[in-house]
Design a protein around this ligand. Structure first.
Ligand code: PSU
Ligand code: MN
Length: 306
């Protein structure tokens, strides 16, 4: 018996068959990254932005034991309402959440896996996971990085989440051969802020050049993803000192409350949101939406190469 688990929404399947542009979107950001109703509102806004920029959105999650590529509004609403009750599902969890016929909110890693299975090469998120500060002791390194090393999907993000050690995250990506491309920037953006002081490998200025570089990469047969780093819009970029202060406080609180493992990233994001009186939430929404727009343009340019 082969268990059939993948369910591609009819409009997404049709677009893929006709080589029309599709952008994958993740669902951990819905269930764990923001609270209700901001999470739902932001997810639906991202889908609308993808459409406005010439591509079809495919939000990905596990719903009652089906790996779904393309969710209905009701399903997005359900993920948003149930929030933390939905399992955060990364690579290691996929089979077990499917087998239990449960629901799972997919991380960057597991969304890449589903996107690859469905044949979607472009994916937009907020920030990828990475090497946590203090990882030398905790060994907390997101499975997102290993996924980027092996799975052929380009991830448009605003850098890695600022709660991480960005320098070590870039070192790790280099070791595993993952290219980090700056969109209209030479610097790796730091999620809530536009700069980190750390260089990207390549600067690319247009969606068309990005699409062509992706095509060439995958035509060479070199396996693995690409990080497309797109800085947060200037209008929503946060003050570096105040956000850094909030992050340090949040990490301190996580330590004191012994928050570890997969609970850590959602805890830090929520705590930073409290400490900045919601300013970080506005920034988070703005950067995700900005990434959705760029991903749609890259997907459209990628399709046009055929
Ligand atoms: N980007 C956001 N908010 C999020 C995430 C990314 O703006 O909530 C999620 C992504 O799903 C990412 C995950 O894969 O956080 C990383 O979790 P961890 O560090 O436990 O691997
Ligand atoms: Mn982790």
């Amino acid at each position: 018996m082969k268990y059939s688990f993948l369910e591609i929404a009819p409009d997404v399947a049709e677009a893929l068959q006709n080589k029309r542009p599709v952008v994958a979107l993740e669902s951990t950001i819905i269930a764990h990254g923001m609270s209700y109703p901001d999470n739902v509102e932001n997810a639906l806004r991202c889908e609308a932005i993808v459409r406005e920029n010439g591509a079809l959105p495919a939000t990905i999650a596990i719903i009652d034991g089906r790996f779904k590529v393309g969710l209905s509004t009701d399903e997005i609403e359900r993920l948003g309402r149930e929030g933390q009750k939905i399992s955060k599902t990364s690579r290691r969890d996929i089979a077990f959440i499917l087998a239990r016929k449960a629901c799972g909110a997919t991380t960057v890693a597991s969304t890449m896996i589903a996107a690859r299975l469905a044949g979607i090469p472009i994916f937009a998120t907020g920030g990828i996971g990475g090497v946590h500060r203090g990882a030398a002791e905790t060994m907390d390194i997101s499975a997102d990085l290993q996924e980027l090393a092996r799975t052929n999907v380009a991830v448009v993000c605003a850098g890695a989440k600022a709660v991480l050690n960005l320098e070590l995250t870039l070192e790790y990506l280099e070791t595993y051969g993952v290219p980090v491309v700056g969109f209209q920037t030479e610097e790796f953006p730091a999620f809530y802020t536009r700069r980190s002081g750390l260089p990207v490998d390549y600067r690319i200025d247009t969606p068309e050049e990005l699409a062509f570089a992706l095509r060439v990469k995958w035509d060479t047969g070199v396996q693995g993803g690409v990080v497309i780093a797109n800085p947060i819009p200037k209008s929503h970029a946060m003050n570096r000192e105040s956000v850094e202060q909030a992050i340090e406080q949040a990490i301190h609180d996580a330590d004191a409350q012994e928050i570890r493992g997969k609970a850590l990233t959602p805890f830090l994001l929520a705590r930073v949101e409290q400490l900045t009186s919601g300013v970080s939430l506005l920034a988070n929404k703005a950067l995700v939406q900005n990434n959705a727009a760029l991903a749609a343009k890259v997907a459209a340019a990628y399709s046009a190469l055929d």
